[in-house]
Design a protein around this ligand. Structure first.
Ligand code: GDD
Ligand code: MG
Length: 350
């Protein structure tokens, strides 16, 4: 049985001003007006064989939004683990793994970020099916995307030579610097880590135990002390406070000797920044991606989004304009990674 684990704890600060602390991107209808990214992540699972109960792990502050969005698409009985504080993805996955192991010592986990676009659901499901055997045999299975640019916000996987549907992982490097990423693209044979994983829950806990035992014990403590009610598992705060904060990529994937990769061509996109959103959208004849009430005159290569009133541009190029009721972002397209800095300043200034 396969337990889908959806990580829904990030804040998506690079998508400010649409994404806010109380309304992060995975809970927004970013890509389509009909469903949020969290809902799309769940709907993409329909058809996978032997699915067990859905498990979502998110911040306490988002519990009602998450529960309501799941209910709205017919997920009436998910397990929802609530984190009183965020400690990044290594503890989040560990908490999910320990929770799943409580009911089923053979649990197999399919870990999915709640904020990705996958255009080709069938190809995604096929990749999951291809990775399943290796995961059952004890591998930590990753899903690799053929890189198209030297993106520094991703993990890179060097695959061993081979032509089977799954390959060994010779090296996993999380978020390399630009020069290194350029080298990888030139060398070939590298994949982007898509951020989705498939493995036995016990296998993951064993690996993490080797590299960060204090994390595993903090997670055990948080679950032992958890309060369970009808809808939520509220993890205990005190044991999590001293838990180190780290991602699964740095904490486990860079260090394990048991990783494998399934190359996947499924129209995957991490809509991490406005630029990525533009790439994932459908541009008009002038290369503008527009959302909402937008009038673009003699303007090219822009991402223009109007949430609450008319947005008009004249002679604007390669820019991002995002209008919301209480904040407007205007940025050069090649600087959108730095939107984070705005969020940090706002946070600091309270
Ligand atoms: N529950 C929970 N708790 N979820 C979290 C937490 C946390 O503390 N921190 C992050 N998440 C969720 C995010 O909401 C997102 O869905 C997912 O975990 C991944 O976290 P990100 O913070 O978005 O990671 P990243 O984009 O920097 O890097 C990861 O994804 C890339 C592809 O998108 C890595 O796995 C990279 O190697 C990968 O290339
Ligand atoms: Mg991400």
């Amino acid at each position: 049985r396969l337990t889908p684990v959806i990580l829904s704890g990030g804040s998506g600060s690079r998508l400010w001003p649409l994404s806010r602390e109380l309304y992060p991107k995975q809970l927004l209808p970013l890509m389509s007006p009909d469903h949020t990214m969290l809902q799309a992540t769940v709907q993409r699972l329909a058809g996978i064989a032997d699915l067990d109960r859905l498990l979502v792990i998110c911040n306490e502050a988002h519990r009602f939004l998450v529960a309501e969005q799941l209910r709205a698409i017919g997920e009436t009985d998910p397990a929802i683990l609530l984190e009183p504080l965020a400690r990044n993805t290594a503890p989040a996955v560990c908490l999910a793994a320990l929770h799943a192991l409580h009911d089923d010592s053979d649990a197999l986990l399919l870990v999915l970020p709640a904020d990705h676009v996958i255009a080709d659901t069938a190809a995604f499901q096929q990749a999951v099916a291809q990775g399943r055997g290796d995961a059952l045999d004890g591998a930590l299975v990753t899903f690799g995307i053929v890189p198209t640019r030297p993106e520094t916000g991703y993990g890179y996987i060097r695959a061993e030579v081979g032509d089977g549907p799954t390959r060994g992982v010779a090296e996993f490097v999380e978020k390399p610097d630009l020069e290194t990423a350029q080298g990888y693209l030139a060398a070939g044979g590298y994949y982007w880590n898509s951020g989705m994983f498939l493995f036995r829950a016990q296998r993951f806990v064993d690996e993490l135990e080797q590299f960060a035992p204090e994390m595993v014990s903090a997670c055990r403590g948080a679950l032992d002390g958890a309060e369970r009610d009808l809808d939520f598992v509220r993890l205990a705060r005190e044991p999590l406070e001293p838990c180190p904060s780290n991602s699964i990529d740095y904490a486990v994937m860079e260090r394990t000797r048991n990783a494998r990769v399934v190359p996947m061509d499924a129209g995957w996109s991490d809509v991490g920044s406005w630029d990525a959103l533009q790439s994932a959208g459908a541009p008009d004849a002038d290369g503008n991606v527009t959302v909402g009430d937008v009038l673009a005159h003699d303007s090219r290569g822009n991402y223009l989004r109007a949430e609450s009133r008319l947005l008009a541009t004249v002679g604007l190029e390669d820019s991002v304009v995002v209008e919301t009721a209480d904040a407007v972002l205007v940025a050069r397209r090649d600087r959108v990674q730095d939107v984070k800095a705005i969020v940090e300043r706002l946070r600091a200034e309270g």
